[in-house]
Design a protein around this ligand. Structure first.
Ligand code: NAD
Length: 220
């Protein structure tokens, strides 16, 4: 986004990591600010929206990327842990839609990050897979609500991507889940997200773009 000329608010629970990304953007000659936010916390989301407005005056693109996973079977998982995944992964999409959209001009866009787990899944990740399936349904419905305001809402569903989420996944570590085929780089997903956010995708709305290097196309 920064390479495309955007002023970027890098918002993450981990402020040090958001700051490192923001510093890298600044070092490349673009503008950015880091912010700490728990995306599953409504007042904190409202604060970060205000922070973005204070820095830039308007919001053109919201990318809902933050997410978490649990690895406990449904009959064993604590209720609070189930709902924490739903609140972090799906509640965040709702909060940024509710509190971000009023400040977005015509031509703006949302990009929500789903997963191949919305289509096919592995053992013990039901909360995560449920949240990603719901994000895609939310994306379709919210796209309809935003159509009259000329704000597009799309999702991208990544396959395996070379980030801590992939390599810290106990199912991947144990071999229960085998990331078959290509492993994407974060830049590969950034390209798909930037496309959906851009005017090049002006006729794409309410859609989920599968960006998985062909993983779901192959029989295991
Ligand atoms: N890496 C993969 O293989 C893969 C595959 C499919 C989908 N995805 C999706 O891609 C997106 C990015 O994942 P990633 O691979 O970079 O994961 P990651 O775990 O490496 O990074 C997730 C980021 O989200 C932040 N975060 C977690 N909870 C938060 C909260 N409550 N508030 C604010 N920030 C919070 C973390 O601090 C971290 O910076 C996620 O939506 C994930 O579900 C990733």
């Amino acid at each position: 986004m920064a390479q495309e000329g955007a002023f970027v608010v890098v918002a993450d629970l981990n402020l040090a990591s958001a700051q490192a990304t923001s510093d890298a953007i600044a070092a490349a000659g673009q503008t950015s600010v880091a912010a700490q936010v728990d995306v599953g916390n409504s007042p904190q989301v409202q604060d970060v929206v205000q922070k973005a407005l204070a820095h830039n005056g308007r919001i053109d693109v919201i990318v809902n990327d933050a997410a978490m996973m649990t690895f406990t079977p449904i009959v064993a998982i604590a209720e609070a842990d189930f709902f924490k995944v739903l609140t972090t992964n799906l509640g965040s999409v709702f909060f940024f839609a509710k509190y971000g959209a009023p400040h977005m001009p015509p031509g703006s866009a949302f990009v929500n990050v789903s997963s191949v787990h919305a289509f096919a899944t592995t053992l013990n990740v039901v909360p995560y897979a449920s949240s990603k399936g719901a994000i895609e349904a939310f994306t379709r419905g919210f796209a309809l609500e935003m159509q009259s305001r000329q704000i597009r809402v799309n999702a991208v569903a990544p396959g395996s991507v070379d980030t801590p989420m992939l390599w810290n996944n106990p199912n991947v570590k144990s071999g229960v889940e085998k990331p078959t085929g290509a492993i994407g780089k974060p830049e590969d997903l950034a390209a798909a997200i930037c496309f959906l956010a851009s005017d090049d995708a002006r006729f794409v709305n309410g859609a989920t773009l599968l960006a998985d290097g062909g993983r779901l196309a192959a029989l295991p």
